[in-house]
Design a protein around this ligand. Structure first.
Ligand code: NAD
Length: 448
C-alpha cells in the first residue's frame, strides 16, 4: 500500500508563476479577445511583481462563484419571455461581494467575470471593506415598458435572492440600471424575508433613491471620484485643470457628471460623443446645457451649440485629457492612433483593447486606469451601506470630503507602487490593490 503521508510536492518555482503557467494550471485556454482572460493576465503580471503567493494567484484567477439563472416574465401583451441573468462573485477576502447589475442586450458571462475581478481590485485600491462581484440581465431596457422593467427586476431579484445578502453580496446600479431599479430590487428582497426582519434588508443594494435609503452624492460619485483623481494627478503632468481642454466619449452618468464637475473647475469641454453621434466646439460646450439636451432628446446628436463631427474627427480633437466613459473595449488600435491627448483618464471599465493600450502607451499618452479613476461610485456605495447599517445619514459635504480622502489616498498608493515597481499607472494600481489582498490572505490563511 502506498504511504498515506506522501512526500509534499515542491512549491512551484518563480518561473512557474508566469500568467501562462497559471492559465495552464487552471486549464484556461487563453483567447486574446476575451475580456476576462485579458483582465486576469493583467492581474497576474502585477501579482508576480508584488510577489503574491502562488495559491493567492490561482484563487484570484477564477471567480469564487458564477451563477446563471433563467426566469420567465409576463410581458404587457400577455405572453411570457424567458430572460437570462448572471451573478458572479469573484472574491470576498476583504469583505462582502460588491458590484453592479447591468441590463444590456450584449452581456456575456466572461465579461461579467472580468468586471467582477475589476471590482475586487477597485475595492482593495480605495481600501473599502468589500470584495468584488458583478451581475446583470440580458435585455434591452429601452425596449421594455416600465411595468416590464419592474417585473424583470423583481423576478431577477427573486431568482438570485438565495445567493446574495446585505452582509454577503450587495449589488448596485451599472449600465442600464438606476435608482428606481434598485428600489424595486430592494423591495422584492425585503418581501422575501420575514416581516420583522424586512426593515434591515434595504442595504441589499446600494444606489437607491435618496428618499429610501440612498446616500447624498451617490449619483455623481463616479464622476466626482474621477475629478478628485485628476486634481491629484494632473499637476505632476504639467496640466492646470482650470485651463485644460477635455473630451468625453459617453455622456451618461459617469461622463455627464465628470463633464459638469470639470466645467465647475474652469476646464473646457470641447468634444463629446455618444451612441447617437459626436459634437465639437473648440470654444467650449456648456456641460450643464448639454446634459439638459441629452435628458430631453436621449443623445448629443443635433445639439445646436456645437458642430456635428464624424467619429474619427471626434477622436482627433486636440485635448489635454480624453475621458472614455462609455462601454468596454471601444478604443481599438485604430481609435488609439487617432486620440490627440496627453492623458487618457478611464471613466469606463476596460475602455481599450490590449492592442489599443499598447498604442496609447507608445504614443506617450498617460493612462490613468479605471480601477483608480472610477472607484468613486463603489466608495459612495460603501458610504450608503454604512449609513443604512447605522440609520444615521450624512450631509452632501461629509460624503464629498470622505470620498475625496479615499480617492486621493488611492491615487497616492498607486503612485508609490509606480515608483516601487517602476511600472505604468495601470500595473501600479493593480500592484497596490494586490499588496493589500496579499496581506489580508497572509493574515487570514486558507480555511481549514
Ligand atoms: P450610462 O448608461 O449612464 O452611459 C453610457 C454612455 O455611453 C451613454 O452616453 C451612451 O450613449 C454611451 N455609449 C454607449 N454605447 C456607445 C457607443 N457604441 N458609442 C459611443 N457612445 C456609447 O452608463 P454609466 O453608468 O455612465 O457607465 C459608463 C461606464 O462607466 C461603464 O463602463 C460602467 O461600467 C462604468 N462605471 C459606471 C459607474 C457608475 O457609477 N455609473 C461606476 C463605475 C464604472
Amino acid at each position: 500500500m502506498a504511504d498515506a503521508v506522501a512526500t509534499k510536492p515542491e512549491p512551484p518555482s518563480a518561473s512557474q508563476h508566469l500568467p501562462a503557467a497559471v492559465f495552464d494550471e487552471l486549464e484556461i485556454v487563453k483567447e486574446p479577445s476575451n475580456l476576462f482572460h485579458q483582465t486576469i493576465e493583467q492581474v497576474l503580471v502585477a501579482a508576480q511583481l508584488v510577489g503574491l503567493r502562488h495559491h493567492q494567484q490561482i484563487i484570484l484567477a477564477q471567480p469564487a462563484n458564477e451563477v446563471m439563472v433563467h426566469f420567465p416574465v409576463l410581458m404587457d401583451d400577455g405572453h411570457h419571455d424567458l430572460f437570462k441573468g448572471y451573478r458572479v462573485q469573484h472574491n470576498n477576502a476583504l469583505g462582502p461581494y460588491k458590484g453592479g447589475l447591468r441590463f444590456h442586450p450584449d452581456i456575456h458571462l466572461d465579461d461579467i467575470k472580468a468586471l467582477a475581478v475589476l471590482m475586487t481590485m477597485k475595492c482593495s485600491l480605495v481600501q473599502i471593506p468589500f470584495g468584488g462581484g458583478k451581475g446583470g440581465v440580458k435585455c434591452d431596457p429601452s425596449q421594455l415598458s416600465n411595468g416590464e422593467l419592474m417585473r424583470v427586476t423583481r423576478r431577477f431579484a427573486s431568482a438570485i435572492s438565495s445567493i446574495i445578502g446585505p452582509d454577503y453580496d450587495i449589488p448596485a446600479p451599472d449600465v442600464g440600471t438606476n435608482a428606481q431599479i434598485m428600489a424595486w430590487f430592494a423591495d422584492t428582497y425585503a418581501n422575501l424575508n420575514p416581516q420583522h426582519e424586512r426593515h434591515d434588508t434595504m442595504r441589499i443594494v446600494t444606489g437607491k433613491p435618496v428618499e429610501w435609503g440612498g446616500s447624498l452624492g451617490r449619483l455623481k460619485a463616479t464622476g466626482q471620484g474621477l475629478v478628485d483623481v485628476l486634481r491629484e494627478m494632473l499637476p505632476e503632468l504639467g496640466i492646470d485643470i482650470s485651463k485644460m481642454k477635455f473630451s468625453l466619449l459617453g455622456f451618461g452618468n459617469v461622463g455627464g457628471w465628470a463633464g459638469r464637475l470639470l466645467g465647475d473647475l474652469g476646464a473646457t469641454m470641447v468634444a463629446v460623443a455618444d451612441h447617437t453621434g459626436a459634437v465639437h466646439n473648440d470654444g467650449g460646450i456648456d456641460p450643464q446645457l448639454l446634459a439638459e439636451y441629452v435628458t430631453e432628446t436621449g443623445g448629443v446628436r443635433g445639439y445646436r451649440e456645437a458642430e456635428s463631427i464624424s467619429e474619427d474627427d471626434f477622436y482627433g480633437v486636440p485635448v489635454d485629457v480624453f475621458i472614455p466613459a462609455a462601454m468596454e473595449q471601444m478604443i481599438t488600435p485604430q481609435k488609439a492612433s487617432l486620440i490627440n491627448a496627453k492623458v487618457f483618464a478611464e471613466g469606463a471599465n476596460a475602455p481599450s483593447t490590449p492592442e489599443g493600450d499598447v498604442i496609447l502607451m507608445k504614443r506617450g499618452i498617460e493612462i490613468l486606469p479605471a480601477i483608480l479613476c472610477n472607484a468613486g461610485g463603489v466608495t459612495v456605495s460603501y458610504f450608503e451601506w454604512v449609513q443604512n447599517k447605522s440609520s444615521l445619514y450624512w450631509t452632501a459635504d461629509e460624503v464629498d470630503k470622505r470620498l475625496n480622502t479615499h480617492m486621493v489616498q488611492a491615487a497616492r498608493r498607486a503612485k508609490l507602487a509606480r515608483t516601487k515597481y517602476d511600472v505604468d499607472m495601470r500595473t501600479a494600481s493593480f500592484c497596490a490593490a494586490l499588496e493589500q489582498i496579499g496581506k489580508v490572505y497572509d493574515l487570514r490563511g486558507i480555511f481549514p
